[in-house]
Ligand binder design. Structure first.
Ligand SMILES: [Zn+2]
Length: 299
């Protein structure tokens, strides 16, 4: 699932292409994509794009009259920049947003239709789809700790809960926990003061590193290869490969449809935790489906 660094890269690539341009037409190929009835999508047509923002893992395109088109890509949704009036051939092409200089095309691989589009009015509308998680770049250590200890959760779950922290999912939580040298199954209520500091610093540094890297790439070319697995990642997607810090083999915990990767020497005091019992622990701390996790909202 595209997370904060990927969303930042898309926004960096889109800003020079569509801000100041009129959104001429929205073509929807999938009846399931649009999740709002009012205001109608035609209200956004013919209006000039004013601003782009990320709302959690969503990309929000703001047009004149304070209307917003908010896209959630979920796992397999991707954006592409194609020539004007690009054809939407094939069932993976869900929608096109037409501009005079090109078409922004939304695709979703696979058969599950999880990606969504909301048409929203004003700040209030945007707020209605905001899960409420804090932004690690604008929050401080105290509010970070206060938010993550609202419930006693595993660190893995707390970091990926959109009500608690904005924009982090399975990929970057693995990278953050490795950078902080903390176990994914440590409970938030057990964390010591120095560990909170390490976690907060690691969250900021890891996200900043990847935001900078992916933005720089997006300035050179539209991000066509958005993936959860990147070479140069420390642990995520690297099961069985050597840890870049200590050289030990990267371990994994499988639960639900997910896999968490960690280094035993760096993160769990050298203990290779039994996959089955860990899976049980993580699964019991998890909503049944990814959709449920993504739909969580702060009240
Ligand atoms: Zn290691």
């Amino acid at each position: 699932m595209p997370e904060l660094p990927d969303i930042a890269a898309y926004i960096s690539a889109l800003e020079p292409r569509i801000v100041g341009q009129p959104l001429q037409r929205v073509r929807l190929q999938s009846a399931f994509l649009l999740r709002t009835a009012q205001p109608p999508v035609t209200n956004a047509e013919g209006r000039v794009v004013r601003e782009l923002r990320n709302i959690g893992k969503r990309i929000a395109i703001g047009v004149e009259n304070d209307l917003w088109l908010a896209l959630h890509l979920m796992i397999a949704g991707r954006l592409h920049w194609r020539p004007p009036e690009a054809k939407l051939a094939g069932r993976n092409n869900l929608a096109a947003f037409d501009f005079p200089n090109g078409s922004l095309v939304l695709t979703e691989a696979g058969t599950k239709r999880r990606a969504s589009l909301h048409i929203l009015s004003g700040e209030e509308g945007l707020h209605s789809v905001d899960p409420g998680g804090i932004d690690v770049f604008t929050s401080d250590l105290d509010s970070f700790r206060a938010t993550l200890t609202l419930e006693n959760r595993t660190l893995k779950r707390a970091l990926t809960d959109p009500r608690l922290v904005s924009g982090i999912g399975n990929t970057y939580s693995d990278e953050i926990l490795h950078a902080a040298q903390l176990s994914p199954i440590t409970l938030t209520h057990k964390l010591q003061p120095d560990e909170w500091e390490r976690l907060f610093t690691a969250a900021r540094d890891t996200l900043q590193f990847w935001v900078d890297r992916l933005r720089a790439e997006a300035e050179a070319a539209f991000p066509e290869k958005v993936t959860a697995f990147r070479k140069d990642m420390a642990v995520h997607g690297r099961y069985g490969e050597p840890c870049p810090r200590c050289g030990e083999k990267i371990q994994r915990i499988r639960y639900a449809d997910n896999e968490t990767n960690y280094c035993a020497r760096c993160q769990t005091g050298g203990n290779v935790l039994a996959d089955r019992s860990l899976s049980r622990l993580l699964r019991s701390d998890w909503p049944r489906t990814l959709e449920e996790l993504e739909a969580l909202k702060r009240r």
